[in-house]
Design a binder for this molecule. Structure first.
Ligand code: ADP
Ligand code: MG
Length: 255
């Protein structure tokens, strides 16, 4: 499957919460190997879209396809198993575990061996654990926090916790990574570092959908951008063209 093919297809998706129409007939594609930015003012439906793509929110109409297969009717764990990984707007790490453990417990190999079969201590369990440790360390390396591997997660700064979360979300090498405001609460320097990390992941072949409201950051990091406003898609295109689109400037950048 080649870079540039459609990986995720959002087909005429609508979502209502009671009387609120959070998404109205939205369609766009995410191409394999790109960073697609999803922007728009507060309440425009960005988180709802990410939630729909990860199976946390059921769409009211339309569908979402991953590699040509409909995923919008699947529960979140099946969407995850199909290769869609995400982080949430609020940082969630397990404080009593070390950084390395935080990442290892999310590895498919240890999850299956320890939790499902209870095969602790067998040769297979040890091999799985070694694999999980190796992959977890690689993920920490990518985030530039391997030196924190044995620290307790409760000792980390907010920014470091965010990087642990990111390491966790890529440890199983997902096809698609969904990020809802990954830069929220981070200081300027760390935000640019995060942008570099995401570009590096993209260069290694990962596909990323990122919600972010800082336009400069979006333009510097995204290959293409989709703009939502009050649940409607109002623009789509290259970062440069979208940032200059008068409709976008009017609805969002100007405000
Ligand atoms: P954004 O992430 O762009 O700020 P959201 O997707 O969070 O926007 O919200 C879009 C609209 O849907 C808002 O009007 C919001 O109040 C509403 N909404 C989102 N989630 C729910 C929910 N679980 N129940 C009711 N309304 C919701
Ligand atoms: Mg949101």
């Amino acid at each position: 499957k080649a870079t540039g093919d459609v990986l995720l297809k959002v087909e005429n998706v609508s979502k209502s919460f009671g009387g609120i129409r959070a998404l109205k007939d939205v369609r766009f594609d995410i191409r394999r190997g790109e960073i697609l930015g999803l922007i728009g003012p507060n309440g425009s439906g960005k988180s709802t879209m990410i939630n729909a793509c990860s199976g946390i929110v059921r769409v009211t109409a339309g569908k979402i396809l991953l590699d040509g297969k409909v995923i919008s009717h699947l529960p979140a764990w099946d969407v995850h198993a199909a290769g869609v990984s995400r982080i949430f707007q609020n940082v969630r790490v397990w404080n009593s575990m070390t950084v390395l453990e935080n990442v290892m417990v999310c590895h498919a190999a240890t999850r299956d061996t320890h939790v499902i079969t209870g095969a602790i201590g067998t040769a297979k369990a040890r091999a799985d654990e070694d694999m999980a440790r190796e992959d977890a360390l690689k993920a920490l390396d990518l985030m530039g926090i391997r030196h924190l591997a044995n620290r307790r997660a409760s000792d980390l700064s907010f920014g470091q916790s965010r990087l642990v979360e990111l390491a966790r979300s890529i440890v199983n090498k997902p096809k698609l990574l969904l990020l809802d405001e990954p830069g929220a609460g981070l200081r300027g320097g760390l935000i640019m570092e995060l942008a570099e990390i995401l570009k590096q992941l993209r260069n290694q072949g990962m596909t990323i959908l990122v919600v972010e409201h800082r336009v400069k950051l979006v333009v510097s990091m995204c290959d293409r951008i989709v703009v939502l406003n009050l649940g409607d898609k109002i623009a789509e295109g290259s970062a440069q063209s979208v940032a200059r689109d008068p409709v976008v400037v009017d609805a969002y950048l100007g405000g």
